[in-house]
Design a protein around this ligand. Sequence first.
Ligand SMILES: Cc1cc2nc3c(=O)[nH]c(=O)nc-3n(C[C@H](O)[C@H](O)[C@H](O)COP(=O)(O)OP(=O)(O)OC[C@H]3O[C@@H](n4cnc5c(N)ncnc54)[C@H](O)[C@@H]3O)c2cc1C
Length: 392
Amino acid sequence: MKPDLFESPDYYMLDDLLSDEHKLVRNATRDWVKRAVSPIIEDYAQKAEFPSQIINGLAEIGAFGPYIPSTYGGAGLDQISYGLLMQEIERGDSGVRSTASVQSSLVMYPIFAYGTEDQRKKYLPKLASGEFMGSFGLTEPNHGSNPGGMETKFKDMGDHYLLNGAKLWISNAPFADIAVVWAKNEEGRIHGLIVERGMEGFSTPETHNKWSLRASATGELIFDDVKVPKENLLPGKNGLGAPLGCLDSARYGIAWGAIGAAMDCYDTALRYAKERTQFGKPIAAFQLQQKKLAEMITEITKAQLLAYRLGQLKNEGKATTAQISMAKRNNVEMALKIAREARQILGGMGITGEYSIMRHMMNLESVVTYEGTHDIHLLITGADITGIQAFK
Ligand SMILES: Cc1cc2nc3c(=O)[nH]c(=O)nc-3n(C[C@H](O)[C@H](O)[C@H](O)COP(=O)(O)OP(=O)(O)OC[C@H]3O[C@@H](n4cnc5c(N)ncnc54)[C@H](O)[C@@H]3O)c2cc1C
């Protein structure tokens, strides 16, 4: 792969809106990605392997629990710093950002928000340092967009719970030490349970043959009469709103992360277009290529403004689920379109692993589907503005 020469596009001088802390976090993450992710990521994506050696680095830059208070080992940052972290990590690779998102928003967040003080103390510092890695089990073979129909269930056996069922498409599952699993009790109410690797009857087979997010490990969570200690139930919130609350936080991070992937594709295409000569001129001199590049920077700038404002609303505790859906949907589609256009600017070279664009493009095909599909987010916006749900 070519050396990482990334220069961040900032057409509307958004840096002026960032605090010193935001810039510090952003720059430290950008440097780390150049040093630790860019040189190895293509190789790991080609091998379809998660680069586990970056776990310590991710923990050091504060990517595990950026907004979790420092008393529990988190970085104690605000939501805009969290967003910038996700942007810079996804600039390197969406799969690496997925690992960080799951750990922070889907494992640490529910333990922090819905867990007991004992659970927080037991798990959060280890998750923040990367000593423990986590996964989040919501999706099932028969229930993706409709998680409320889940079949995974647990029974109260007096001194423990007995868990049965299966989860599919679970990021980090093959190597995670713990899983936050959503399952129904005997009354059909959804609860979160912390399941630990090593519990009898719990297995995590890997899902192979992915053409997308190849540097992120995906797998199943299978529960065959798993005895879960009663103290592993998250008591703070139950019902479908509990897992959906975690998804709000992760989707917000994706809205920023997708900008990173788009920025990398744009920056690569711009540099290539200025260097590559055809018909005696750099291809950047042709109007058709300028149209592509001009539209890319316009869309990136709009996405940056959307994410920044959403970050302000999140900091104030005012961001709604529907607002987060809109930003996730818009920014991921924006990034996917830019990746496809940028790939064309590189001609044949665009399909090789010499450049990051094709990898971003394939990764974004998962990002547009997970954490709520493109369609589902549109329906969330539709329901919000009309007051009428069109899901069923
Ligand atoms: C790489 C990867 C990693 C993932 N990681 C995790 C994870 O860590 N944890 C986890 O729990 N899940 C994870 N997922 C699962 C992901 O969230 C689901 O794939 C997603 O929610 C969609 O579910 P599905 O694949 O079952 O598609 P389906 O729900 O079957 O949808 C198929 C199609 O039908 C459309 N559709 C569905 N319902 C409607 C409707 N009412 N109206 C109109 N169209 C509709 C969808 O938009 C989609 O286009 C991951 C997925 C991938 C690909």
